[in-house]
Design a protein around this ligand. Structure first.
Ligand code: G6P
Length: 616
C-alpha cells in the first residue's frame, strides 16, 4: 500500500511527481504529499485527502525545482490527517522521506530518539525512521547513503523509501525490503524517476531497474545509479529491463471509470491470456512454466492454492477445475492463514500462488514459507516482474494488462483462464481425460471471449435492475459447484464498491443460517446455470420466493422454468459448466458497478481499500 514517486533531473519535478501520484493512487488515497527543492528551500505540502486535494493546496505555492519526492498514503500508523501524511521531515529540517511499508520496531527506536532530544509531530513510524537516519548521519559523520544503510540495518519491517538531503541536493537514496521500487533511467543517465511501479514514468523512460529486497540505490543527477546490498555493502550489477507498458493501457480511454473499462476489456484479456498457449487445432497447450516442471505436477500428491481477496476466489474455481479434470486433490488457503499456522507440506506437494499485483505481502510471505518447507511453488501473476513472479520457482502470467480499478475484474477472469489451461494441460499429462474431450474443452474456451462480448451488451438491462435494488441494505449471492466461488466474488464486488452488506453462500447452505435474514427487503442473486445442479438450485429459488424475497437469477439462455419464478432474469450463453464462471461473473460485476455509480460512490477508489496490499 502507499505509492511513492521521485524525480531527479533537468525537468521540473512537481508535475512529474503529481501525475505519477495520480497513477499510483490505486495503492492508497487517504492523504497525499509532495516535496520539491528549488535550490535553496525545501517546499513541502501535504494534506488529508486525494492527490487532487494536494494540487489545490499547492496552487499558489512555490513548486519549482528539479528534484522532489511524493507520496499517496494508505494509513497504517496514525489516522489519515495532515500531520501523518508523507513526506516527513527530520528534526534538523534537512532530511525528507517518503515510505511505503511498516517499521515494526518503531516504538523502541522512537523512545530512544526521544531520550536523545528528538521531537515528533506525527504518529507515524516513518517520522521515526527519518530521524533515526539523521541521528546515524550525525553520529557517524557520513553521507546520506551510508546513513540510510546503517539505519535500515536496525529496522524490522517492510519498506520502500526515497530519501532526500538538503545538504546534498543532487542525490536521492532509495531502498526496498518487501515493498516494490522501480527506477526509470533517463537518456544518458541525465535524469531518473523513482516509483512504486513503472506507470508514473512510462512517457519519459522505458528503461527500468527493479530493486530487489535488501537493496539500496544511490541516484546521482547526471551521473548514474549505484546499487548495494544493505546488509553486506556488496555492489550489485543492475539489470535494465525494457518496459512494455503503454500510456493508453493506463488511461480510461473514454470510459467513466477504470472498472467499467476493465470489465469491457475482458474478451481481449482472456484471448491475450490463452494466445500462444493453445496451439492450432490439435489441442496442444504450451505453457513453458508447466512444461519445464511437468514432473512436479504429474507427481503431485496434492496442490495447495494460496491467495487473498479476489485471487482467492479464482483459486476456489481452480480447485473445482483441477480436481474435476486431473483428480489431484486441491486445497485452497488464505495466504494470511497459511503463513501463520505451521502448515503441513509433504514431499510432492505443489503450491500455486495467485496474485494480480504480485506484491501482496501475505501471499509473498506464504510463498517464502512454502519454499522453506521444500514445496515447489508456481505463481500466477498479472504484473510482469513483480515480487511474487520473481519469488516463485516458475509460473504463468495472466495477460490482462494493467488493472487500475481497485475492485478486481479482468484479473479474476484471466486467472480462471490460466487455471483452466493448467487443469487441461495436467489432464493431458496425467491421462485423466481423453484427448478428444480436451480438444472439445479447448474449442469451448475459444468461444468464451465472443460470448463475454455478447454478454456485455446486457449492460443497460443490468443497470435497470441496479436501479431497483440500489437502496438495499443487505444482499445474498448464491451459487453451487463451479459457481459457488462466483457467488463469493459477486458479494465481494458489491460490498467493496457500494458498501452494501453482501454475503456469498453455497446455495444449499442457505438453509443453515442466511435464510433467517430473508424477507421482502432482501434481494437474492442466484446463479442457476443449466448444467450446475439445476434442479437443486430451482428448489432453492422456490424456498427464497416462499419467504417473499426478490430473486435475480443468472440463467443459461433459453431457460423457461426459472423465468416463471424469479423477479429478474439475466441470461448467459451456453457453455460447459466448467467455463460458466467466466460468464456468470460478468453480470455480477456490472450489477455492482451500476449500483455503486447510482449511489454516487467512488467506484475506482472505494474507501479504506487499496489495490496492492503490501502490509500484512
Ligand atoms: C486487495 C485488492 C483486491 C485483491 C486482493 C489480492 O484487497 O483490493 O482486489 O483481490 O488485494 O491482491 P492480489 O494482487 O494478490 O491479487
Amino acid at each position: 500500500m502507499c505509492g511513492i514517486t521521485g524525480y531527479i533531473g533537468g525537468r521540473e519535478a512537481y508535475p512529474i511527481i503529481i501525475n505519477g501520484l495520480k497513477r499510483l493512487e490505486y495503492r492508497g488515497y487517504d492523504s497525499a504529499g509532495v516535496m520539491v527543492f528549488d535550490g535553496k528551500e525545501i517546499n513541502l505540502s501535504k494534506t488529508k485527502g486525494k492527490v487532487s486535494d494536494l494540487e489545490k493546496i499547492t496552487e499558489n505555492k512555490n513548486k519549482e525545482g528539479g528534484i522532489g519526492i511524493g507520496h499517496t498514503r494508505w494509513a497504517t500508523h496514525g489516522v489519515p490527517n495532515d500531520e501523518n501524511s508523507h513526506p516527513h521531515i527530520s528534526n534538523s529540517g534537512e532530511l525528507v522521506i517518503v515510505h511505503n511499508g511498516i517499521i515494526e520496531n518503531y516504538a523502541t527506536i522512537k523512545k530512544e530518539l526521544i531520550s536523545r532530544g528528538y521531537e515528533f509531530k506525527s504518529d507515524t513510524d516513518t517520522e521515526v525512521l527519518i530521524n533515526l537516519i539523521e541521528e546515524v548521519k550525525k553520529n557517524e559523520d557520513c553521507k546520506l547513503g551510508k546513513a540510510v544503510q546503517l539505519a535500515l540495518k536496525n529496522v524490522v519491517g517492510a519498506y520502500a523509501i526515497a530519501v532526500f538531503d538538503k545538504t546534498n541536493p543532487d542525490e536521492l537514496i532509495v531502498a526496498r525490503l518487501g515493498s516494490p521500487i522501480a527506477i526509470g533511467v533517463g537518456e544518458n543517465n541525465k535524469e531518473f524517476f523513482v516509483a512504486s511501479d513503472a506507470s508514473p514514468f512510462i512517457e519519459y523512460s522505458k528503461n527500468v531497474i527493479y530493486l530487489e529486497d535488501g537493496e539500496l540505490a544511490i541516484i546521482k543527477r547526471n551521473k548514474g545509479i549505484k546499487v548495494r546490498k544493505i546488509n553486506t555493502d556488496k555492489e550489485v550489477d543492475t539489470k535494465i529491463q525494457k518496459l512494455e507498458l503503454s500510456l493508453d493501457q493506463i488511461e480510461k480511454g473514454g470510459y467513466d471509470h477504470f472498472m467499467i473499462k476493465e470489465i469491457h476489456e475482458q474478451p481481449k484479456a482472456i484471448i491475450d491470456t490463452y494466445r500462444g498457449r493453445i496451439l492450432g487445432n490439435e489441442g496442444i497447450i504450451r505453457m513453458s512454466g508447466i512444461d519445464d516442471n511437468i514432473s512436479h505436477f504429474t507427481n503431485a500428491n496434492r496442490i495447495i492454492i494460496i491467495a487473498c481477496g479476489t485471487s482467492w476466489h479464482a483459486g476456489l474455481v481452480g480447485e473445482y477445475l483441477l480436481e474435476e479434470l486431473t483428480r489431484i486433490p486441491v486445497e485452497v488457503e488464505y495466504a494470511s492463514e497459511f503463513r501463520y499456522r505451521n502448515p503441513i507440506i509433504k514431499p510432492n506437494d505443489v503450491v500455486i500462488a495467485i496474485s494480480q499485483s504480485g506484491e501482496t505481502a501475505d501471499t509473498l510471505a506464504a510463498i517464502k514459507l512454502a519454499k522453506e518447507k521444500g514445496a515447489f511453488v508456481y505463481g500466477i501473476c498479472n504484473v510482469v516482474g513483480s515480487s511474487i513472479a520473481r519469488e516463485t520457482h516458475a509460473g504463468s502470467y495472466t495477460h490482462a494488462g494493467p488493472e487500475i480499478g481497485v475492485a478486481s475484474t479482468k484479473a479474476f477472469t484471466t486467472q480462471i483462464t490460466v487455471l483452466s489451461l493448467i487443469a487441461l494441460k495436467l489432464a493431458e499429462a496425467k491421462n485423466t481425460m481423453a484427448k478428444d474431450d480436451i480438444n472439445k474443452y479447448l474449442e469451448l474456451m475459444k468461444q468464451i471471449p465472443e460470448q463475454v462480448e455478447n454478454l456485455l451488451k446486457i449492460d443497460s438491462e443490468v443497470k435497470e435492475i441496479a436501479d431497483v435494488y440500489k437502496n438495499a441494505k443487505n444482499c445474498l449471492f448464491l451459487g453451487r459447484g463451479f459457481n459457488f466461488p462466483v457467488a463469493l466474488e459477486g458479494a465481494l464486488k458489491l460490498k467493496e464498491i457500494s458498501y452494501i452488506h453482501a454475503e456469498g453462500y453455497p446455495a444449499a447452505e442457505m438453509k443453515h443460517g442466511p435464510i433467517a435474514l430473508i424477507d421482502e427487503n432482501m434481494p437474492v442473486i442466484v446463479i442457476a446455470t443449466k448444467r450446475g445442479h439445476y434442479e437443486k438450485v430451482v428448489s432453492n429459488i422456490q424456498e427464497i420466493k416462499a419467504r417473499s424475497a426478490k430473486v435475480i437469477a443468472i440463467v443459461t439462455e433459453g431457460d423457461t422454468t426459472i423465468k416463471e419464478i424469479a423477479d429478474h432474469i439475466i441470461e448467459i450463453p451456453d457453455t460447459d459448466e466448467i467455463f460458466t464462471p467466466l460468464l456468470t461473473t460478468i453480470p455480477l460485476q456490472l450489477l455492482s458497478y451500476h449500483i455503486a455509480v447510482l449511489l454516487g460512490k467512488n467506484v475506482d477508489q472505494p474507501r479504506n481499500l487499496a489495490k496492492s496490499v503490501t502490509v500484512e
